[in-house]
Design a binder for this molecule. Structure first.
Ligand SMILES: NC(=O)c1ccc[n+]([C@@H]2O[C@H](COP(=O)([O-])OP(=O)(O)OC[C@H]3O[C@@H](n4cnc5c(N)ncnc54)[C@H](OP(=O)(O)O)[C@@H]3O)[C@@H](O)[C@H]2O)c1
Length: 314
């Protein structure tokens, strides 16, 4: 079968189209109709993701497709193997996709949708009326987090993104205000977008100075959820005493272990499917690429040219 293989660690140029052996193992065989690309995949092929997969490997941690009995399923494949014509998925990971939800919408709801859901509900514990800042608001997680924050009762949603087009997109998804997410002046722009007041929740996936400024704009009892480091600048060491002095909370989030918590996978996914089927959530499919053009998809994602979900079609 045709698949994409990472042959050494590096940038998108390390991805090759190969004729790979059929996948084997316990679980369900899925005829893949589409596979999702996530920002973490760019770290996996760079050898920066833990645990580091042994080379060579087939990347891809989420697929949608048909099982032998004709069921259309969405499933995670955290061990990799998604960027291929067929993949074996754990039976417990396979969720039946409702007819009203397309393949690509379903893919947007897995890693990115569940992350958006959990950072708002499980980590930030968003309360009605609170102000939420969403960084990278035009991206896969961000475009869903803007909409979910709204439907979970946020009082004000402030989107941060790098270009006027991306900010306009976030506003069209329901954000009340949109600011440039660049590090210089970030805190001032966020406060200005909230009439000079500090905010209750920051969904932080950029790292570096944006992390530090995000912490700075928190109101008393505010929560910053750190779940990414797209800038590669890392996250600074924190003094718990300083957090205590200003009644601020930093919560960490990682989807993979979160999904082992009872009730953390099938139930939120069902809610995301229901919202999407009802038209109350609009998963944004930014770009589809043929499987053979995986390297181009990765380049576009790294160079911040994509919005919403990035999808590969075998
Ligand atoms: N902890 C978890 O379990 C988990 C799960 C899923 C995703 N994540 C994290 O959540 C974030 C969003 O993931 P995603 O898959 O939805 O990706 P994405 O948001 O579609 O793409 C990443 C975005 O980050 C922004 N960005 C800021 N600085 C950047 C830089 N120096 N280089 C590249 N991009 C930069 C860009 O938006 P602008 O150009 O608008 O700034 C870019 O579009 C990522 O940091 C990812 O690692 C974490």
């Amino acid at each position: 079968m045709r698949a994409i293989q990472c042959v050494r660690f590096g940038g998108p140029e390390v991805l090759r189209v190969v004729d790979a052996p059929e996948p084997v193992g316990d679980g369900l065989l899925v005829e893949v109709s589409a596979a999702g690309v996530n920002f973490a995949d760019t770290s996996r092929i760079a050898g920066r993701y833990q645990p580091t997969p042994p080379l060579p490997f087939i990347p891809g941690t989420e697929v949608v497709g048909r099982t032998a009995d004709g069921r259309r399923v969405l499933a995670h494949t955290f061990a990799g193997g998604g960027f291929a014509e067929r993949a074996v998925v754990a039976a417990g990971a396979a969720a039946t996709v409702p007819d009203e939800v397309t393949d690509t919408q379903a893919l947007a709801l897995l890693v990115q949708g569940l992350t958006a859901w959990h950072v708002l509900r499980s980590s930030a514990r968003l309360a009605p009326g609170e102000t939420v800042v969403v960084n990278a608001a035009a991206g896969g997680v961000g475009s869903l987090a803007v909409q979910l924050a709204r439907s979970f009762g946020a009082g004000r949603v402030i989107a941060a993104a790098s270009t006027p087009e991306r900010r306009a997109l976030a506003l069209s998804l329901g954000a009340d205000a949109a600011v440039d997410g660049a590090p210089d002046g970030y805190a001032d722009r966020v406060r200005a977008a909230n009439d000079g007041r500090p905010v209750n929740v920051v969904l932080e996936s950029i790292g570096g100075r944006v992390f530090t400024d995000g912490l700075d704009v928190l109101a008393p009892f505010g929560r910053l959820v750190t779940f990414g480091n797209a800038s590669r600048e890392g996250r600074p060491a924190l003094d718990p005493g300083e957090l205590a002095d200003r009644n601020r909370t930093v919560a960490g989030f990682w989807l993979r272990p979160a999904l082992e918590v009872p009730g953390a996978y099938a139930e939120p996914l069902r809610e995301l499917f229901t919202l999407t089927a009802a038209g109350a959530l609009r998963p944004l499919v930014g770009a589809e690429y043929p499987l053979a053009e995986a390297a181009r998809a990765f380049t576009d994602l790294i160079e911040r040219r994509t919005t919403g979900k990035v999808v590969l079609r075998p």
